[in-house]
Design a protein around this ligand. Structure first.
Ligand code: PLP
Ligand code: LYS
Length: 419
C-alpha cells in the first residue's frame, strides 16, 4: 500500500496533489503521510498484541511533535537520546511511563529531567554511567529504573557507520561484564535494575542478527534470574531495514521480524520493548524539491534543484540512494541527469544518472523514503533555512514545521559592543 502515488495529473501524497502543497509552502520541503505512519505502527503493534509489549518509537528518526503525538495516541512510547527529545516526547503527550532513555553519555541535567519526569527506564551503557546515574538519582532522592545495554558482539551486516553491536563499537557494556555490572547496579544506591537492552545497528536487512542478539541477551536474562536478580524488562532496540530501492533485495517483512523476536522471547516472561525508528517513519516521508536550472558539464547533464545536502544529508553522508519520482507524468524519451543542490560541496549530489522526462525550471522532484533521518539531520549550512515539514492526512495537509525567516535564523546571534 503506497500512500505516495503517481496519477495522470501528477504526484499525490494520499489525496493531496504535491503541486498544491509545494505551491502553498514553497520548496524544498518534507511531506509525511499520516496514513503510512499509522499503518506502520499498527502492523508492528498487532504482532505483539498478545504480549506485554511497548513500541517505543525512536524519536531521533523523525522527531516532529505532530508525528510523536500521532504515534503516542495509538499507544506508542518514545526511545529518546537527549533532554531535547525528552522535552519533545512529553510535549507531544507521550506519558513518561512510556519513555526509555538511550545513549552513551547522558549529562547530569538530562538525567535529572528524566528522573523528575518519571520515565520507564534508563538504558545504561557503562560502569561509569551507572555510578553517575546512582549519584544523580540519590541526590534527588529518586530511584532510577535501569536496563543494562549489553553489546552482544553480533555483526548486523549493515553499513559500518550505522552498526552498533560489534564489540569494537562504542555502545553497551561488554557481554562478559554484564553479570558483574547488573550486580553492581543492584548494589548502588538510587538504582533499580529491571532489565537488559540490545541494539545492534540500523538498516539491517536480515533477521538472523536479531535472532542471535535476542538469543544471547535471553540467555543472560535466565542466568541473572538464576542468581536471584529480578529481570522484568527486555528491550530489543530497533534497526529493521526498509526498501530504499525497488531493485535492491527486499529486507524482511515486519511480520517476519516480529515472529523472530516473539519466538526468541516467548518463554522469558518479560515486558518486551522495541525501539523502531526507520521502520515506522522511513517510507512515510518524501523530500520534495524543484528544479532551478539545468547545465551540461563536460557531457554530464545536471538538474540543479533548490534542495540540498543540508536538507537531506543521507546521500552525502552514507552514499544513500533515494528513489526519485517525477511530478510530471512521463512522456517522451528520458535524459539521464545527475541531481545536485546549490551548496558549495561536491558531495551535494543527491543521485546520479536519473532518467528524467521533464527538466524545465520549476518541475517538482520527490525523493522517496526520506521520512527517517531526513528532516532531523537537516542543518542551516550556507544559511539555508531549516526545511519545513508538512503532514498529509487524507485530503488535508498541515504545515507541522514552517520555514523560519532570515530574521528568526539570526535571532540567537549577537555582535559584541566592544569590538
Ligand atoms: C538505541 C537505539 N534505538 C533505536 C534506534 C532506531 O533504529 P532504527 O531507526 O534503525 O530502527 C537507534 C538508531 O540506530 C538506536 O541507536
Ligand atoms: N542517521 C542514520 C541512522 C543512524 C541510526 C541511529 N542510531 C541514517 O540516516 O541512516
Amino acid at each position: 500500500m503506497d500512500h505516495f502515488s503517481s496519477r495522470h495529473d501528477g504526484l499525490y501524497a494520499e489525496d493531496v496533489p504535491l503541486r498544491r502543497i509545494a505551491d502553498a509552502v514553497g520548496t524544498p520541503l518534507y511531506i509525511y503521510s499520516a496514513a503510512t505512519l499509522r499503518r506502520h505502527y499498527d502492523i508492528l503493534a498487532d504482532e505483539f498484541k498478545n504480549r506485554d509489549a511497548l513500541i517505543a518509537f525512536a524519536v531521533k528518526a523523525l522527531s516532529n511533535i505532530a508525528v510523536l503525538a500521532l504515534l503516542g495516541r495509538r499507544g506508542a512510547g518514545a526511545d529518546i537520546v537527549s533532554g531535547g527529545e525528552l522535552y519533545r516526547a512529553l510535549k507531544a503527550g507521550i506519558p513518561a511511563e512510556r519513555v526509555v532513555f538511550s545513549g552513551v553519555a547522558k549529562s547530569r541535567g538530562e538525567m535529572e529531567a528524566a528522573l523528575n519526569a518519571g520515565i520507564l527506564q534508563f538504558n545504561v551503557e557503562s560502569e561509569a554511567e551507572l555510578a553517575h546515574l546512582s549519584a544523580v538519582a540519590s541526590a534527588l532522592g529518586k530511584t532510577a529504573p535501569v536496563a543494562l545495554r549489553v553489546n552482544p558482539d553480533v555483526d548486523a551486516g549493515t553499513d559500518t557507520r550505522i552498526s552498533t553491536g560489534r564489540k569494537d563499537d562504542k555502545f553497551g557494556v561488554p557481554f562478559a561484564d554484564a553479570g558483574r555490572l547488573y550486580r553492581l547496579a543492584a548494589a548502588l544506591p538510587g538504582l533499580r535494575p529491571q532489565g537488559l537492552t540490545v541494539h545492534i545497528g540500523s538498516q539491517i536487512t536480515s533477521v538472523a542478527p536479531f535472532e542471535r542478539a535476542a538469543a544471547r541477551v535471553g540467555g543472560l536474562v535466565t542466568s541473572l534470574r538464576a542468581e536471584g536478580h529480578e529481570v522484568t524488562h527486555l528491550d530489543l532496540g530497533g534497526g529493521l531495514g526498509i526498501p530504499y530501492e525497488r531493485a535492491a533485495a527486499a529486507p524482511p517483512l515486519p511480520v517476519d521480524y516480529a515472529a523472530t523476536l516473539n519466538r526468541a522471547t516467548a518463554d522469558l516472561n518479560v515486558r518486551l520493548i522495541l525501539e523502531p525508528g526507520r521502520l515506522i517513519a522511513g517510507n512515510a516521508g518524501l523530500f520534495v524539491t524543484r528544479i532551478v536550472l539545468t547545465k551540461n558539464q563536460e557531457g554530464t547533464h545536471y538538474a540543479l534543484v533548490d534542495g540540498a545536502m543540508n536538507d537531506l544529508i543521507r546521500p552525502a553522508l552514507y552514499g544513500a540512494r533515494h528513489e526519485v519520482m517525477e511530478d510530471t507524468p512521463p512522456t517522451g524519451v528520458p535524459v539521464h541527469h545527475h541531481i545536485a543542490g546549490p551548496v558549495c560541496e561536491s558531495t551535494d549530489l543527491f543521485a546520479k544518472d536519473v532518467p528524467l522526462h521533464e527538466v524545465s525550471a520549476g518541475a517538482l522532484l520527490a525523493f522517496r523514503t526520506a521520512g527517517a533521518y531526513g528532516a532531523v539531520q537537516a542543518s542551516q549550512y550556507n544559511t539555508r533555512p531549516l526545511v519545513p515539514e508538512v503532514l498529509v492526512d487524507g485530503d488535508r495537509f498541515t504545515v507541522i514545521r514552517r520555514r523560519p525567516t532570515y530574521e528568526e535564523m539570526l535571532s540567537l546571534e549577537v555582535i559584541p559592543d566592544d569590538f
